[in-house]
Design a protein around this ligand. Structure first.
Ligand code: BYC
Ligand code: FE
Ligand code: FE
Length: 484
């Protein structure tokens, strides 16, 4: 089928006919060395000469797009891959509902589209920067390989957005593409655009929580952009979503394996009280209350990524046909939302209440609700592991208003249970609810690299199956001398 096979003729693998599109090919070839520089300076620290068992996309069809093999990360075939074009696709929501999807950028929506593409693009390299030192302390070669797989794919997601900027936005697109390589996570002068992407990912538990909670925001945002009337954006995000599934797998199974190991160690030692923290930590595993605190942190940071509950930006993007809802086509309504309302959590007279708001301006809140439902299912699966081990403890998602920076609750203080409190009370209780520096130091004390094939650090259980069906002692990363 046309467009389903990836062309490796040019330096940049692609299924968008780059070899016939000289202008865009040249622009991307010009951008490429800067990208490689960025990768070498800001990508994984060390391991650049190691052979890593990675999957690379060789096609874009649902089955059989991935090929596994050893590759040095700087030689990874980052490419421009769009999901196959849906013939006669029409726009399914907003003021252009029923019209043919756009193959070019409509002039009137140029600014809003560019902004969304730039924000999406900015998060991808940001996450690689946040995770760059983790290879040094990987609990196994399996985990190290998964980290690097996530990293190269986030790099490819940057390529995906840069292609759109170079192809459809001329000079200002080129400028934005360059800026995406200039900003740095956590840099005071030129930070990444969204708050969460300037936070640290200091240890592997944070990495797993991040891929569970923050990559899941990525999933929800990409699902909304996959609905876009701008067809190239829809196609590129649809393909990104296929890669995204693995990132959430890494997060969910990563935390799941930590939980499993902790419960096993408690059972072996005959410890039944999950709050017997000193004794549990002495076993070299991470106690469940600390896992809860890490979850509280990464969940609340991720909720901020949905923007304000009430947003005219979101309403405009929807009415313009640029950004839809999660599962837009499966929703049974008029897909215009002019006369609909949606329940929104708000601060009214010092209380948290539910208010019916215009459904268009409440779209961020709606997407956040969909996100919460999705994340809750994963937390439920973690709790099954605890239950099965016979330990009495339940992980819960904190209240939406807990520890927030953006939106309705950005200026309030709230307990994880949803009780509004004073700032003083919040500060007093902070270390009970969020990881303290002692918690951080304890977790850091466990972060010793384990690099023998088939071996795992004592704080995490081995995975149930290998990547690409490989056996337990498979050498997922062949360390080079500099990294070994
Ligand atoms: N931090 O109307 P509002 C991923 C700004 S993750 C800082 O409430 P809107 C990934 C906002 O920009 C997915 N600023 O919000 C995951 C606006 O500023 P301006 C990334 C923030 O626009 C893991 C002002 O506040 N993709 O892919 O409706 C690893 C008022 O905003 C924040 C996207 O986000 C914040 N948290 O919604 C790797 C999709 N929140 O314009 C990758 C594209 C808001 O007044 N982006 N602001 O200067 C969007 O759809 C929207 O821009 C947002 C915000 C949902 C982010
Ligand atoms: Fe991504
Ligand atoms: Fe991701």
């Amino acid at each position: 089928m046309e467009n389903s096979q990836v062309n490796y003729d040019t330096l940049i693998p692609n299924n968008v006919g780059l070899s016939e599109d000289r202008r865009v090919l040249k622009a991307l070839e010009k951008w490429h060395p800067g990208y490689i520089d960025w990768w070498k300076n800001m990508g994984p620290n060390g391991f650049q000469e190691s052979q890593v068992y990675l999957r690379t996309a060789v096609g874009v069809e649902k089955n059989g797009w991935a090929q596994f093999g050893y590759v040095k990360m700087p030689e990874y075939r980052w490419g421009v891959l769009l999901a196959p074009q849906v013939e006669n696709r029409t726009i399914s929501f907003g003021n252009h509902k029923g019209e043919a999807a756009w193959q070019e950028v409509p002039g009137e929506y140029r600014a809003i589209l560019r902004r969304l593409i730039v924000i999406q693009g900015d998060t991808e390299p940001a996450s690689v920067e946040q995770q760059r030192y983790l290879g040094q302390t990987a609990p196994s070669l399996y985990d190290m390989r998964n980290l690097f797989q996530v990293n190269v794919e986030e790099g490819r997601h940057l390529w995906a957005m840069v292609y759109l900027l170079q192809k459809y936005f001329a000079a200002d697109g080129r400028e934005e593409a360059n800026m995406l390589l200039q900003r740095r996570s956590g840099d005071i002068d030129k930070p990444r655009m969204l708050g969460t992407f300037n936070e640290e990912t200091p240890d592997w538990l944070s990495f797993f929580m991040f891929t569970f909670f923050t990559d899941r925001d990525g999933k929800m945002q990409l699902e909304s952009l996959a609905q876009s009337g701008f067809d190239p954006l829809s196609r590129t995000t649809r393909f990104m979503l296929m890669e995204e599934a693995h990132h959430m797998f890494v997060g969910e199974t990563g935390v799941g394996r930590v939980i499993q190991r902790t419960c096993e160690a408690m059972n072996e030692a005959g410890i039944t009280d999950p709050y017997d923290i000193d004794r549990i930590r002495a076993l070299g595993v991470i106690d469940l209350p600390t896992l809860q605190k890490k979850a509280n942190l990464h969940y609340s940071l991720s909720l901020d990524l949905f923007g304000s509950e009430i947003s005219t930006n979101a309403a405009n993007a929807y009415s313009a046909g640029i950004k839809g809802r999660y599962n837009e086509e499966k929703i049974d309504d008029d897909h215009l939302l002019h006369n609909d309302s949606y329940p929104v959590l708000k601060m009214v007279d010092g209380k948290i209440v539910t208010v019916q708001e215009n459904a268009l301006t409440a779209l961020n809140m709606r997407l956040r609700d969909d996100y919460i439902a999705d994340a809750s299912k994963g937390v439920g699966r973690w709790n099954k592991i605890i239950q099965k081990a016979g330990v009495e403890f339940e992980l819960v998602l904190p209240h939406t208003a807990f520890h927030r920076e953006i939106g309705e609750f950005g200026n309030t203080f709230c307990s994880p249970e949803g009780e509004l409190i004073s700032e003083d009370t919040f500060q007093e209780r902070r270390n009970d609810w969020l990881p303290s520096s002692d918690d951080g130091a304890f977790i850091q004390s466990l972060m010793h690299p384990v690099t023998a094939p088939g071996e795992y650090a004592g704080w995490i259980a081995p995975p149930r199956i290998g990547i690409d069906q490989q056996p337990g002692d498979f050498e997922y990363v062949q360390l080079d001398e500099a990294s070994a």
